[in-house]
Design a protein. Structure first.
Length: 421
């Protein structure tokens, strides 16, 4: 088949680029219409839950929407201060956003917003972002600068075909994420039923303890007495070329799992580090420094390659003679908020003390009771991990295809792709 010629245009020629109207901090509410800054849009782009929820009054939102408009399906928001160039494609949702922090793309002409969203993630866009951003201490993208970005634009039908090709991968990634969320909620509910609410034991005897009433035969223990490892990881010197041994750092600990794409690398000399600092299946990893990340917990059942754990993360490893690793993992996840509150130190430099962590008390059930639940929880975690590994592979495929599709190096068969859609 023959292909049409791509055209080099300015970004401002194919869509309106603007921002929002000013919202002041005194207008923030505890409920109402969600209000997003750059931080929240970046979290949404990554598929993470919103960590800091801000709202404005619905009346204020309706006033702004009536006078000036509000983000609609297919619009794009782009982080434009600090962490630059992270795009978010607006879904069927209602929210408003912070002016200056985010730039708003709308009213696309002879272009498809899904394609522009992908293009903004390409190296071609990133090169312009890096070269045209202004400011020294804090980089920023102005509306005027963004309007002058050069974009190599294919015909609209080819844009749709490219977007459809890559969206198949994104849809599968999103499906896996939704499945994982449901599986994790199921696992948490099972654990809570057995080991927090004691529902299977309601007809049995209970006895008093420092943790309240617990089933007879259980005992209250300090965490330090049921783990074989409770220590910080390794202080790495990162390589610049992403080669060597992967280092699990604080940014990797998200949604109770290890995010592979956030790893950094140490040269191979790190292989001589103590063996207990290398990541093993069913280790519990706890972010142990810094406000906002301290207390986050991760546990995975599948470790496919050698990885070392950063010194800002605490490694807990179960003493399997006393507790099943998966049971310990869910005990720690259930204590995540409490662990976060254990941080000590100055503002912005809080740290988790391993001795304080080890002093946490748990109601330890006999191994025979743990065994009844451990296989179910383990199988759920393995399923979650397999979905995450598949997502990592899909992300690699998508990221390798993106520059080739955006440059025209690989051309998609438009009629076939759109017919399948």
């Amino acid at each position: 088949m023959s292909f049409n010629v791509w055209k080099v245009l300015k970004l401002g020629d194919i869509c309106d680029i603007s921002s929002s109207k000013r919202i002041y901090a005194k207008e923030y509410q505890s409920s109402g219409i969600p209000f997003y800054r750059g931080k929240e849009i970046i979290e949404k782009f990554k598929g993470n839950d919103i960590s800091t929820e801000l709202f404005i009054k619905e009346e204020r939102f309706n006033e702004l929407k009536y006078k000036f408009g509000a983000p609609a399906i297919g619009d794009i928001l782009l982080s434009s201060v600090g962490t630059l160039g992270v795009p978010y494609l607006v879904q069927d949702e209602k929210f408003y956003f912070k002016d200056g922090n985010l730039t708003w793309f709308k009213n696309f002409v002879n272009s498809q917003s899904e394609f522009i969203f992908l293009w903004l993630q390409s190296q071609y866009a990133k090169n312009q972002i890096n070269s045209r951003a202004i400011g020294s201490t804090q980089k920023a993208l102005t509306i005027d600068v963004l309007k002058k970005f050069d974009i190599n634009l294919p015909p609209i039908q080819e844009q749709k075909a490219i977007a459809a090709t890559l969206s198949c991968l994104d849809e599968k990634i999103e499906l896996n994420n939704r499945i994982n969320k449901a599986l994790e909620e199921m696992a948490q509910a099972i654990f809570k039923s057995w080991f927090v609410d004691f529902e299977p034991f309601q007809d049995g005897e209970f006895e008093d303890s420092e943790l309240g009433k617990i089933p007879k035969g259980w005992r209250v223990v300090e965490l330090s007495s049921i783990v074989s490892v409770n220590k910080r990881g390794f202080s790495p010197k990162y390589t610049k070329n992403n080669e060597g041994i992967p280092v699990i750092n604080q940014r990797c600990i998200r949604n109770h799992t290890v995010i592979e794409e956030a790893v950094q690398y140490h040269d191979n000399s790190v292989r001589t580090a103590p063996k207990d600092l290398f990541h093993k299946p069913f280790d519990i990893l706890i972010n142990s420094m810094g406000v906002g990340t301290l207390g986050r917990v991760a546990q995975v059942a599948i470790v496919n390659d050698i990885k070392i754990v950063h010194s800002c993360i605490t490694i807990l490893r179960a003493n399997e003679k006393l507790i099943f690793p998966i049971i310990l993992g869910y005990f720690i996840k259930n204590l995540e908020d409490k662990i976060e509150d254990m941080g000590t130190g100055t503002t912005g430099q809080t740290s988790l003390n391993n001795k304080f962590l080890g002093s946490l008390n748990l109601a330890l059930p006999p191994l025979v009771i743990q065994r009844e639940v451990s296989d179910i929880l383990t199988n759920l975690l393995i399923y979650i991990n397999k979905n995450n590994l598949e997502n990592n592979h899909l992300i690699q495929i998508r990221d390798s295809l993106l520059p080739k599709l955006m440059s025209g190096e690989i051309r998609v068969p438009v009629e076939e792709v759109l017919a399948d859609g």
